[in-house]
Design a protein around this ligand. Structure first.
Ligand SMILES: Nc1nc2c(c(=O)[nH]1)N[C@H]1C(S)=C(S)[C@@H](COP(=O)(O)OP(=O)(O)OC[C@H]3O[C@@H](n4cnc5c(=O)[nH]c(N)nc54)[C@H](O)[C@@H]3O)O[C@H]1N2
Ligand SMILES: Nc1nc2c(c(=O)[nH]1)N[C@H]1C(S)=C(S)[C@@H](COP(=O)(O)OP(=O)(O)OC[C@H]3O[C@@H](n4cnc5c(=O)[nH]c(N)nc54)[C@H](O)[C@@H]3O)O[C@H]1N2
Ligand SMILES: [Mo]
Length: 762
């Protein structure tokens, strides 16, 4: 279906999951023309001894269901196992300029890349090149670069083994510029949770969902982005767990769910209501909403104790484990309800109702996603979550704690094994000792700094281990001209995407095996490993036939580029590592003995093995050695004021995409069909600006920096969203986001509250 067709919007009456989910899976299996053998691969998904889903990072239970995949996991598998191919003939038929006009969907839909390709500027085409020739040329070029000006990007999918080798190679080359998709995603978690509780990740494990009695749920969309979570949420709902949601949009999976793997529910049309309270907070309004809950709890605690009733707060915990409670209490007391109501967009009654649930619950999990991290004051959002949890000792006991839902399947693991631009997070001394080289010690470029370096002509080369960097970043129109000035661009990829179509002076596409495919090396078929959102580590074994006999594995591609670039170093056995990945795991264990003890023996443990977490044991690795309260310094996470005509744009994922991979044009739960060129807007705002459903409008960036940013031809869709907030799809709207509009400290682009104006074509 063409993207410029009329949007087709009709209310979706069904629950998340259900028949709609099964239909959606069978549609993609047909569209990708999956062979029967490849359809059977779905049975091996997320099971011990099978392969770990290439979609999201949700946990894999120790006792798996008959099918341990969801609608979107099945789509991700089908997308990788497609029988469609992008061969050298495809590139012979299309110039790069022509392909650059194709929609994202059509580029990836063309199929799996089959041969290594090099860009030829004379014909404006990619042409096939031999692997060895490509490695030698890339090595020569990298040697000629200043390593401190080379970007080594990683998207969060590559395995622990590949990621370890990749970050080691970058550092041996002399670069600490190791941005990763996490820089656009949960880096706010890594910085915020680290500073407040000393652990940069979730403190809970999957089993904690069996022990909580309330879930406070902020800015994450499970039906689309982590559908297997719906099973846990459904079980919680059935147990009577209170689920209190804060989200500007009504998201179907948080309202009700039918389990497509439960025949009784499917046949009887049974569905489980999920949220017990649903608060449509303004985009950027969570700091105020959470402070409102804290205010009620703190004030009510004083009243209760004065009246001789049981206290509401856990004073022993606060006393023993935390610092700066008084700062928060003072801020909560001093902030007026009118301000909290205005900034959150919620009534005092609604905030109080939520606080009452919190007060009576014994074990609370706080779930969150991009709705909290991708804001100018995203860190303060996370501080709010931690403040709330600390008030009643809800960290470090069963069924309680922060539960950030990570994105890419191994994004958390990549950080664990050294993909980071921050020298303090990498074991540099240990690497020096093991491999006898001098690792760079200065801070490298994160994503925002990398883009800045490209804009300023500082960066010389970009190497991408997966991902679609250019399409995922903000301010694309502004960056475009500088991108082609790069001396070298290298993309290790499975599918063709927009980033590949902006070649640097010399440019290569290196096609690799996917995780679901057999990876045959000298010692036999190989397994790899990944880490999920709960710090559990799992082995993954691909068994599908590779998309092309010419593909190489990611570890081999990394090793070959390293060998072509670096002086030989007998301490780094690149070839032995490629021959047997168990040896890479031994190296990981040597580097991080406390996290990866007996790595190879535990690789296929059911339910994975846990890396451990200090805060889960109430050991606080913070500056104060305690868990830290942080009184908010602002009430609005957006980082800009409300002025007449300015809207807060939320950039969103549809149910038919995985990041920049667009599977189709059907956002089932939001009932938007046939196009992604839409703006979701409430009735009151539509009336105010005088537009009706389906009318065409433009969005114009309002960053106040005199840089023109606009997108035309967007159709209005009426949607239940707070006034002053509008929604539109990522990545189509990324050129509206100023590079400088990012979270303070973590530098995550602030894609959930972008200042824009609306222009109506008259
Ligand atoms: N199928 C599929 N799965 C995916 C992905 C995908 O694209 N497709 N992407 C993967 C990746 S890398 C990631 S990071 C995750 C992303 O998964 P999520 O964290 O769910 O990310 P989004 O869909 O961008 O939006 C999150 C939610 O935040 C809400 N929101 C927006 N602004 C605010 C706010 O100010 N406050 C609150 N409380 N809520 C707000 C939005 O309405 C939306 O429901 O999913 C991963 N899984
Ligand atoms: N406005 C806005 N911008 C955003 C976001 C947002 O919510 N709003 N979300 C941000 C987030 S959370 C993230 S994580 C980033 C995502 O940014 P990225 O991780 O860079 O992007 P993806 O779309 O996941 O990358 C897709 C490409 O990965 C390649 N690929 C797939 N599988 C493999 C594999 O096994 N190996 C290799 N080598 N390559 C493979 C394919 O070629 C495919 O085209 O985008 C960010 N950008
Ligand atoms: Mo992400």
């Amino acid at each position: 279906m063409a993207d410029d067709d009329q949007p087709y919007v009709k209310p979706y009456g069904g629950p998340a999951g259900g028949w709609g989910s099964l239909k959606s899976v069978s549609k993609i299996i047909r569209k990708e023309k999956l062979s029967p053998a490849n359809v059977l691969q779905l049975h091996r998904q997320n099971k011990a001894g099978g392969f770990m889903c290439v979609g999201c990072a949700w946990g894999k239970p120790a006792h798996s269901h008959i099918e341990e995949f969801c609608e979107n996991g099945a789509k991700a598998t089908a997308w990788e196992l497609t029988s469609l191919r992008v061969t050298p003939d495809f590139f012979r038929d299309h110039t790069v300029s022509e392909l650059a006009d194709w929609p994202d969907h059509d580029l990836e839909q063309a199929g799996r890349l089959t041969h290594p390709m090099k860009y030829d500027a004379a014909t404006d085409k990619y042409v096939a090149i031999g692997w060895q020739e490509a490695f030698t040329a890339i090595g020569e070029k990298l040697k000629a670069c200043d390593p401190t000006r080379v970007i080594y990007y990683a998207s969060g999918r590559a395995s622990l083994e590949t990621s370890y080798m990749y970050s080691l190679f970058a550092r041996m080359h002399g670069s600490q510029n190791l941005p990763d998709s996490s820089n656009m995603c949960h880096e706010t978690t890594s910085v915020g949770l680290k500073s407040a509780i000393g652990s940069p990740v979730a403190t809970i494990q999957l089993e904690d969902y069996e022990h909580c009695d309330a879930i406070f749920y902020f800015g994450q969309n499970p039906a689309t982005n982590s559908p297997r979570f719906l099973h846990n949420l459904q079980q919680c709902a059935k147990r009577g767990v209170e689920i209190v949601v804060f989200n500007p949009l009504k998201e179907r999976g948080l309202e009700r769910f039918t389990n497509p793997q439960n025949p009784v529910e499917m046949l009887t049309g049974g569905e489980t209501p999920i949220a017990t309270q649903y608060h449509q907070v303004r985009a950027g309004g969570d700091i105020a909403a959470i402070l409102g809950m804290c205010k009620w709890l703190i004030e009510e605690d004083v009243t209760a104790r004065a009246a001789g009733r049981a206290p509401i707060l856990d004073h022993d915990f606060i006393e023993q484990h935390t610092v700066r409670f008084e700062d928060l209490a003072a801020k909560a007391r001093d902030t007026e309800w009118v301000d909290l109501e205005r900034e959150s967009g919620l009534t005092r009654a609604a905030i109080t109702a939520a606080a009452k649930v919190y007060a009576k619950s014994k074990a609370v999990i706080a779930v969150y996603g991009m709705g909290l991290t991708q804001h100018r004051h995203g860190i303060e959002n996370l501080y709010g979550v931690v403040n709330l949890l600390l008030l009643r000792g809800n960290i470090g006991k069963p069924g309680a704690g922060p539960g950030p839902v990570r994105g890419h399947s191994n994004v958390q693991g990549q950080r664990t094994v050294g993909i980071t631009e921050k020298p303090e997070l990498a074991p540099l001394d240990r690497l020096k000792e093991l491999y006898a080289f001098e690792p760079p010690r200065e801070k490298g470029w994160d994503t925002v700094a990398s883009v800045r370096a490209v804009l300023d002509g500082e960066a010389q080369a970009f190497v991408g281990l997966g991902g679609n960097f250019f399409r995922a970043i903000p301010d694309q129109d502004r960056v475009l001209p500088s991108w082609s000035e790069l001396a070298l661009t290298v993309h290790v990829a499975t599918k063709l995407n927009r980033t590949h179509l902006i070649p640097g002076k010399e440019s290569y596409i290196l096609p690799c095996l996917g995780r679901i495919e057999t990876d045959q090396q000298a010692s036999g078929p190989q397994a790899v490993s990944i880490e999920d959102s709960f710090s559990h580590i799992y082995g993954s074994r691909g068994k599908a036939t590779p998309a092309s006999p010419h593909l190489l594995s990611e570890p081999m591609i990394v090793a070959e580029i390293a060998k072509a670039t670096l002086e030989p170093n007998p301490k780094v056995p690149w070839d032995e590592w490629v021959a047997d990945y168990a040896q890479v795991r031994d190296a990981i264990e040597d580097t991080y003995p406390e996290l990866f003890g007996n790595f190879n023996e535990r690789l296929f443990d059911k339910g994975g093995f846990w890396k451990g977490n200090a805060a889960a044991h109430r050991v606080w690795k913070t500056e104060s050695k305690k868990a830290e309260f942080n009184a908010p310094t602002v009430l609005n996470a957006a980082g800009f004021d409300d002025v007449e005509g300015r809207y807060r744009l939320i950039t969103l994922r549809s149910n038919d995409q995985f990041n920049t991979t667009i599977y189709g044009y059907h956002d089932r739960f939001r009932s938007i069909d046939g196009t992604r060129q839409v703006v979701m807007m409430c009735k009151a705002d539509m009336t105010k600006i005088g537009v009706g459903k389906g009318d065409t409008i433009s969005l114009v960036g309002d960053a106040g920096d005199n840089i023109a940013r606009r997108i035309d031809g967007l159709r209005v869709v009426e949607y239940g969203i707070p006034e002053g907030c509008i929604g539109a799809y990522y990545p189509e709207c990324n050129s509206l986001i100023a590079l400088e509009h990012h979270a303070l400290e973590s530098h995550v682009p602030a894609g959930k509250s972008v200042p824009v104006r609306i222009e109506v074509a008259r």
